[in-house]
Design a protein around this ligand. Structure first.
Ligand code: NI
Ligand code: MN
Length: 229
C-alpha cells in the first residue's frame, strides 16, 4: 500500500487496487498540507474526533467523492446533519468492515467538542483511535490525538499492530516522552510520528522520540511524498 502524509494529523492510504482512505482530513488551512497535492479518490474517511484539525474537510470530501465517513456515534449524527450521506457510526471496541478494511474503534485520551461558527461547542462524543486490519493481514493503529494510556497494552495484545501513527507534538497531545512509553506498550516495530511542527507550539520532534526508543523504527514522512509500505 502507499502512504502519504498530508501534514499535521492527515494521511492518505492507497491500497493496491486503488481503494483510498483519508484519515482525519484537514486540507484547507492546514499549514503543513503539501502545496498542490490533489486528492483524486476517497472511498473512506476516518475521523478520530470533532476538533477542526481532524474533521474540517470530511463533509466536503465526502460530498465530492460519495465517501463512507466513519466516526463515533455523536459525531456521526452531527456529520449527517452536515449532509454526509454515508456516515457510519460506531463506538469503542466495535468493528465494522468498510470497503475491504476491518475498522475497529479504540480508546483515546483527549477532548472532542465540535466548534460552531458562533464560538460555542457541540458535544461530539469522545475522542477515539482506530485499528485498521487489511486484507493482507497487516494491521495499522492510528491513535488520533491522545496521550499515552496503559490500555495501549490491550491494543497490542488484541490487535498486534505492525505500524502505528502516534502524535508527538506536545501541548494538545503527548510529546516524545509519553510517545516513547506508547511505543513500548504497543510493542510496535515501526511508528510514524504526526501532529508536530504544524505550529510553533507543537515542539515534539521525531529525533527526540527516536533517541528514547532505539529499538523502534521512527519513520518520519515528508508531507506530500508517497512511500510504499
Ligand atoms: Ni484534537
Ligand atoms: Mn489535533
Amino acid at each position: 500500500m502507499k502512504l502519504t502524509w498530508l501534514g499535521h494529523g492527515t494521511f492518505q492510504i492507497v491500497l493496491p487496487d486503488g481503494e483510498t482512505l483519508i484519515l482525519d482530513p484537514w486540507t484547507n488551512g492546514n499549514p503543513s498540507y503539501p502545496a498542490g497535492f490533489e486528492i483524486t479518490r476517497c472511498d473512506t474517511i476516518l475521523v478520530t474526533h470533532g476538533h477542526f484539525d481532524h474533521l474540517q474537510d470530511a463533509p466536503p470530501l465526502a460530498t465530492k467523492f460519495d465517501s463512507n465517513v466513519v466516526s463515533i456515534y455523536e459525531l456521526a449524527a452531527w456529520l449527517r446533519g452536515k449532509g454526509v450521506a454515508k456516515s457510519l457510526e460506531m463506538n469503542k471496541g466495535g468493528t465494522q468492515r468498510v470497503g475491504s478494511v476491518d475498522v475497529t474503534m479504540t480508546h483515546a485520551i483527549h477532548s472532542a467538542g465540535i466548534a460552531q461558527e458562533d464560538g460555542t461547542y457541540v458535544y461530539g462524543g469522545e475522542a477515539a483511535g482506530y485499528v485498521l486490519r487489511f486484507g493482507d493481514g497487516r494491521v495499522i493503529y492510528f491513535a488520533g490525538d491522545t496521550t499515552v494510556f496503559g490500555d495501549m497494552a490491550l491494543i497490542a495484545e488484541l490487535y498486534k499492530p505492525d505500524l502505528a501513527f502516534l502524535p508527538i507534538g506536545d501541548l494538545y497531545t503527548m510529546g516524545p516522552r509519553e510517545a516513547a512509553l506508547a511505543c513500548k506498550l504497543l510493542k510496535v516495530p515501526v511508528v510514524v510520528p504526526m501532529h508536530f511542527g504544524t505550529f510553533p507550539p507543537l515542539t515534539g520532534r521525531p529525533s527526540t522520540l527516536q533517541a528514547l526508543v532505539p529499538d523502534t523504527k521512527i519513520w518520519e514522512l515528508t508531507p506530500g511524498v508517497t512511500v510504499d509500505w
